[in-house]
Design a protein around this ligand. Sequence first.
Ligand code: GSH
Length: 205
Amino acid sequence: MTQKLKLHWSPKSPYVRKVMICAHELGVLDRLELVRSVAAMLKPNPGLMRDNPLSKIPTLVRPDGLVLFDSVVICEYLNELAGGSLFPAQGDAKWQAQRWHAFGDGLLDALILWRNERERAQPLQPLMDAFELKVTDSLALLEREAEALAAAPFSIGTLTVGCALGYMDYRFDAYGWRQRAPKLADWHATLCERPSLRATEPVDG
Ligand SMILES: N[C@@H](CCC(=O)N[C@@H](CS)C(=O)NCC(=O)O)C(=O)O
């Protein structure tokens, strides 16, 4: 029996969701052993830190002990393991996928910092305003690119943008991103019909 890859996992993390969507799409779910790991910026987790001193999820531990992080590296690793095509190898398809991948991750980074600030007893207003401005302009960019997203093959780029929008549904309901970006909302609704996205919707717990 092939030994499993240990994945430090949570049903809430959008970065873990990227990895799980890749695993579903690539047919390697059964290679993963999911370990529920709590990662919170203000509370480093000693158990997780034994594998990743940054105390972040996702973190993947191979049977030979090599630890892979972060989601960018883990997704590409799974793609190579399965001989998949989620990371287009060349040309415009490659650069568009990588660009959306980086942009989706950047949007997630901003959303998570925004949420952390929002949860503080006395949020710093200039920081709150800066995050709102960045997120709003990022949404506008994605709205302008909604047709290109719809025409592009499913890839690490489109799935990462999908995870960032899904995180807004999960943590920023009141922001109302769908009203601000209706073409993007249509594209996202179609994307979310894929079994890999349905199976990985963020949940509390
Ligand atoms: N760039 C990393 C970001 C991972 C990340 O920030 N994960 C969050 C959970 S959603 C985390 O572990 N936060 C704990 C911390 O920042 O200490 C990736 O793509 O995997």
